[in-house]
Design a binder for this molecule. Structure first.
Ligand code: H79
Length: 422
């Protein structure tokens, strides 16, 4: 059952909206998932979080319902982050959730819960590992002990770490049924490509899970005409929506997914209250789709296993908008029209969706669609929207106008008009 790239990617490019979950023992210090590196914390000092980890309110069924209600169609969770702690039960380490007070395989319950809600399920897996004794420490760009003289000249056998990493990926893709996404993070300096034995790794991944899709962080060039086997299936811009989407060397669109945080951290950070608004998130999602991309929106559950209230609120608001307007998201992509003054377009076949953000002075101009619109409907209630030509249509044949009475638009976040083309 060898699938080509486009067949593998179909569900993903239709889904458009996913949930990213960053969760681990770093939720206890609650200063984000990089603290072991940023604060140069030793294994000894970090161990307290391992010994304490007891997420009494872990309820992945609730998480899955939150994602589903927001309109998210897939999920990716950190099976292991850079600190090396494993949420899953691995034969190859003791540094795992089953040996903490949590006492269970948290990944297993996660997979079952999200599958049950009908979402596609993915694993994030960190290529970096700040706990493994054979991962480079002194002089490494990111390791917590990178500038600690006591680590200088230590014997570390990278090949042992590579075996460990391959073994764990094999476990993840063997013990949890069908897995839809594997999200490796990340390559840097010489730690890329064949240093990870990436060709062998990807061959194993595809053998174990023929339908799986893989991100582009193993160090290959996804834009190349002849990409490496490990170049990946989709690009993964982080904390940015690419200004013009992403295309390969020949100008052909590449599937991509922008991963974006709700505040300014991936892992739980108690002091970070800089949350984006529901409006920003809805418009970010529309922006991604209007550029042929996906949005993977992060939540960072706390030490008790709870998604922060602020995040839940935002996801609920996004869900309310999606309940009425998701036809303009799922299965949609870029329209063959320039970005309009008043918002953005998305398109699915003969259906163009006008996402109207601003009332313009005078009518809203669906420029480029003059004479091409068969019907226009407000997507939220399917009420008729009248399209009219400008009085001097012979001079402006490409223009088509719609109007909204009153001072404000029906939905001030994003009023969506479905335009059925001839
Ligand atoms: O898992 C999330 C991040 O932890 C990880 N990828 C996402 C999905 C990641 N974030 N940044 N990076 C990988 C690249 C490295 C960024 C760095 Fe820094 C800039 C490392 C040191 C300076 C960010 C800022 C982390 C510490 C300070």
């Amino acid at each position: 059952m060898a699938l080509n790239n486009e067949e593998r990617m179909k569900w993903f490019t239709e889904a458009r909206f996913g949930m990213f979950i960053h969760w681990g023992i770093y939720a206890i210090p609650a200063r984000g998932e990089w603290i072991k590196s940023q604060e140069r914390i030793s294994d000894e000092d970090y161990q307290q979080y391992f010994e304490e980890f007891n997420p009494v309110n872990y309820d992945p069924v609730r998480w899955a319902r939150i994602a589903k209600a927001a309109g998210q169609r897939y999920v990716v969770m950190t099976s292991k982050h850079h600190d090396g702690f494993c949420l899953f039960d691995s034969k190859f380490t003791d540094y795992k959730a089953t040996n903490t007070p949590a006492k269970k395989d948290l990944v297993k319950e996660y997979v079952d819960a999200f599958r049950n809600e009908g979402l596609k399920v993915g694993f994030y897996y960190s290529l970096l590992d700040w706990h493994h004794p054979d991962y480079p420490a002194y002089g490494d760009a990111h390791h917590p002990m990178r500038d600690n003289e006591a680590y200088k000249g230590q014997q570390r056998d990278l090949s042992k770490y590579i075996d460990y990493m391959h073994n764990q990926v094999k476990e993840l893709l063997t013990n949890y049924g069908e897995i839809d996404v594997i999200w490796f993070d990340f390559s840097y300096d010489d730690m890329k490509g064949e240093t990870w034995k990436a060709t062998e790794l990807v061959n194993m991944v595809r053998q174990l899970q023929p339908r799986i899709i893989i991100d582009n962080r193993l160090g290959g060039n996804i834009k190349a005409r002849n990409p490496e086997i490990y170049a990946g299936d989709f690009a993964s811009p982080e904390q940015i929506i690419p200004p013009e989407g992403i295309t390969d060397e020949d100008g052909k669109p590449i599937p991509w997914e922008a991963c974006i945080t709700l505040n300014d951290h991936w892992g739980y950070c108690s002091a970070d209250k800089n949350y984006k608004s529901p409006k920003q998130i809805i418009r970010a999602l529309v922006e991604c789709v209007s550029k042929n991309g996906n949005l993977l929106l992060n939540v960072g559950p706390n030490a008790k296993g709870e998604i922060p209230e602020e995040s839940i609120y935002i996801l609920e608001q996004v869900g309310k908008w999606m309940d009425k307007n998701s036809d303009s998201i799922y299965g949609c992509g870029a329209a063959a029209l320039p970005k309009p003054e008043w918002g953005r377009y998305t398109q699915k076949g003969k259906l163009v969706y006008a996402h109207i953000y601003d009332k313009t002075v005078g009518p809203i101009n669906l420029r480029g669609l003059g004479g091409k619109i068969k019907k226009a409907r407000l997507l939220s209630d399917r009420s008729e929207i009248k399209v009219h030509k400008p009085w001097n249509a012979t001079e402006y044949p490409d223009d088509a106008f719609i109007d909204f009475a009153g001072a404000s638009l029906p939905d001030e976040i994003d009023t969506v008009v479905e335009l059925e083309l001839n």
